[in-house]
Design a protein around this ligand. Structure first.
Ligand code: NAI
Length: 335
């Protein structure tokens, strides 16, 4: 049994090897690591493998899945929760087993959300550089006290709930919007319609999956409904936001600040060192010019605890596949 692990970084290899040694040493499983992302060009790297293990920016469209199936791959193991990058209908048609990691330390992403909001609000990223240069002026570092402010959580699932708990702990008033809201949210805040959330929140934080219904849910219309000067935070999926509309709202001084850990076109950039090259994406480069925009490269999940949980669930899913068991983490159409 061979598994090709795509988009593999040393930290992926560490956590997967550790857990494989603990759990799979009695089975004949070989993990082959590839730094390349899975795409139409790199699909031949999976030749000879029975399964592939992939992450958020690997592309598993119908053509890639067909080529994988033709080369003998029978299982797709996602190391992430979101599966918007996999054509699930095509996978089902081809009889491929697809399983994901539905939850790995939701608190990790929620805490990163807090880090982004705090950094942007109190300008600690700018203060850090300023102080290191011997400049102790406070001009430009003025923030707002978050206690008593309204935070709007879009998507009250596992990460949304963890985020709501954090902001309630800070003394914020928490509003939530979700077409299928979690009951547990009612103890933390008030469930409201999206328009009311947008109108009242000082901070709007996105925690819903990327679906056809949520693609560009933050667009020129929704931005116009937001409170002037509000902060928008996206640690979920880049395409929830129409980035051009957000740039326009920033330029018009309507949107007060933007923090993103994900970006619609992040595929060619994130998880790579591009520091010695030009970045061709003019929209992304424009975003980086705003002092009130903070960007991190999809690191919300990146904690020791989450990496361990990802490896455990991924290899648990592999065991389900090997034993022909119904996997609780299988992904099917209509999910
Ligand atoms: P979850 O499945 O527990 O919760 C998602 C919630 O979104 C559900 O309650 C669902 O009803 C709601 N939802 C669906 N459609 C909606 C809509 N139109 N408007 C508002 N809410 C809607 O998922 P979880 O674990 O909380 O993750 C949320 C998202 O976070 C994932 O889909 C993934 O894209 C992203 N994520 C980002 C990570 C990072 O490193 N930045 C790491 C892990 C997940």
């Amino acid at each position: 049994m061979q598994v090709t692990v795509f988009s593999a970084h040393p930290y992926d290899q560490n956590s997967l090897d550790t857990v494989a040694q603990e759990r799979l040493s009695h089975r004949q499983v070989t993990l082959v690591y590839q730094t390349a992302a899975l795409s139409r060009q790199t699909v031949p790297l999976a030749a000879g493998s029975d399964a592939v293990c992939v992450f958020v920016n690997d592309q598993l469209d119908a053509e890639v899945l067909e080529q994988l199936a033709a080369s003998g791959v029978k299982a797709v193991l996602l190391r992430c929760a979101g599966f918007n990058n996999v054509d699930i209908a095509a996978a089902e048609r081809l009889g491929l087993f697809v399983a994901r990691v539905p939850a790995y330390s939701p608190e990790a992403v929620a805490e990163h959300t807090l880090a982004l909001v705090m950094t942007l609000n109190r300008h600690t990223h700018r203060a850090y550089n300023r102080v290191r240069e011997g400049n102790f002026m406070l001009d430009g570092l003025l923030g707002a006290t978050l206690h008593g402010k309204t935070v709007g959580i879009i998507g009250t699932g596992k990460i949304g709930l963890a985020t709501a708990r954090i902001f309630k702990g800070l003394g914020c008033r928490v509003l939530g919007y979700d077409p299928f809201p979690a009951d547990a949210f009612r103890q933390l805040g008030e469930l409201v319609e999206l328009d009311r959330l947008l109108a009242e929140a000082h901070v709007v934080s996105l925690h819903c999956p990327l679906l056809d219904a949520t693609h560009h849910m933050i667009n020129a219309d929704s931005l116009a409904k937001m409170k002037k000067g509000a902060m928008l935070v996206n640690t979920s999926r880049g395409a929830l936001i129409d980035t051009r509309a957000v740039i326009s709202a920033l330029k018009h001084r309507h949107l007060g600040a933007l923090a993103i850990d994900v970006y619609e076109q992040e595929g060619p950039l994130f998880f790579q060192d591009r520091s010695a090259e030009f970045i061709d994406d003019d929209v992304f480069v424009r975003l980086m010019t705003f002092p009130n925009v903070l960007i991190t490269g999809h690191q919300g999940f990146f904690t020791h605890e989450a990496l361990r949980e990802i490896a455990e669930t991924t290899l648990g899913n592999l065991e389900d596949f090997l034993d022909g068991r119904e996997s609780p983490n299988a992904v099917r159409t209509g999910h």
